[in-house]
Design a protein. Structure first.
Length: 269
C-alpha cells in the first residue's frame, strides 16, 4: 500500500523549501518569520512533520503570498479512512504535546481494537463496503501509533462506564477491547479514567470533549456530531472546555480504581 500521507508531506516540504530558496531566505531567516524553530522548519521541509495552520499562513506571507503553500496544504488532508471533517484534527494530533479526550458515546478511536472498529463500521448507516471498513481500521491503527511513538506527549482519557457496558460487537469483542485499554493504560504517558454510572456531579453532561495542546502551547478543541465536526480555536470557549475537563478528572474514578472496575467488568462478560 502506498503511504499517501507520507508522500504528501514530502511534496509539501519540497514546495516550502523551493519557495523559501526562491525568495532568498535561509532556513534560520524563514524560521524567524514563521515563528517556529529552525528544527521544525527542517522537519517540515524533509516531510517528517505535519505543518501547523500557523506555519502555512505565516509561510505564505514570508514567501510572497503566492497561494502555493495554501494550495499544497490542501493535499495533506487526503487520508482514506478518516471523515473529511475530522482530518484537520487528525493532523493536529500528530504534533500535539497533550491530548485530552472525554467520550460518552463510544470508545475513542485512539483506543479501539480492530474488532471493535469493524463492529462499529458494520452497524453504519448507510452501509459501508468491506474496503471502506478496512480503510477505517487502517486509519485508526495509524493514529494509534501516537500513543507509543510520542512518549513525551501526555494522553488523558475520561470514558463513561456505559461505553463498555453497551458491549458493542458482543462479549468477545468487548473482552478484547477491555484488555487492550488496560494494556494501553500501563504506558507512562497515558492516563485512563472511568466516569461511573452513578455520579451526582458531572461537568461533562453537554457532550464529548476533545482538547489538545500544540508545541507552541496553544490549546485547541474539537467537537463532533452527526456527519460534521468543528475545530474550535476561540480561547474563551477552549478555556471553558478545559475547566470542564479538569472538573471531570476529579469527578471520575482514579486511574487505579478505573483499572479495577475494568477488570471487574471483563470478569462479568
Amino acid at each position: 500500500m502506498v503511504d499517501e500521507s507520507s508522500d504528501s508531506l514530502r511534496t509539501f516540504g519540497a514546495v516550502v523549501q523551493a519557495l523559501r530558496e526562491h525568495v532568498g531566505l535561509s532556513r534560520e531567516q524563514f524560521a524567524e518569520l514563521v515563528r517556529f524553530s529552525k528544527h521544525t522548519v527542517a522537519s517540515v521541509e524533509l516531510g517528517r512533520r505535519m505543518p501547523d495552520v500557523d506555519f502555512v499562513e505565516r509561510g505564505e506571507v514570508a514567501t510572497g503570498n503566492t497561494g502555493a503553500l495554501r494550495k499544497a496544504a490542501v493535499h495533506l488532508v487526503r487520508q482514506p479512512g478518516l471523515a473529511a471533517w475530522f482530518r484537520r484534527w487528525a493532523q493536529l494530533e500528530r504534533m500535539a504535546i497533550a491530548l485530552y479526550t472525554y467520550e460518552c458515546r463510544m470508545i475513542p478511536g485512539l483506543l479501539q481494537t480492530e474488532a471493535y472498529v469493524r463492529a462499529l463500521s458494520a452497524a453504519a448507516v448507510p452501509p459501508l463496503s468491506d474496503d471502506e471498513i478496512t480503510e477505517r481500521w487502517i486509519a485508526r491503527a495509524e493514529r494509534q501509533k501516537l500513543l507509543r511513538e510520542r512518549p513525551n506527549t501526555t494522553f488523558s482519557f475520561i470514558l463513561e462506564e456505559q461505553v463498555f457496558l453497551r458491549r458493542t460487537g458482543g462479549a468477545e469483542v468487548m473482552r478484547e477491547q477491555i484488555d487492550h485499554v488496560l494494556e494501553i493504560a500501563e504506558l507512562r504517558n497515558v492516563q485512563i479514567q472511568l466516569m461511573p454510572l452513578v455520579q451526582e456531579k458531572h461537568a461533562g453532561l453537554q457532550g464529548p470533549i476533545h482538547l489538545l495542546e500544540t508545541p507552541e502551547n496553544q490549546w485547541l478543541a474539537y467537537n463532533e456530531g452527526q456527519k460534521s465536526g468543528q475545530l474550535i480555536t476561540d480561547r474563551k470557549v477552549v478555556s471553558v472546555l478545559l475547566k470542564r475537563y479538569a472538573s471531570m478528572r476529579s469527578q471520575a474514578l482514579t486511574v487505579p480504581d478505573s483499572a479495577s472496575l475494568l477488570r471487574r467488568m471483563r470478569g462479568n462478560l
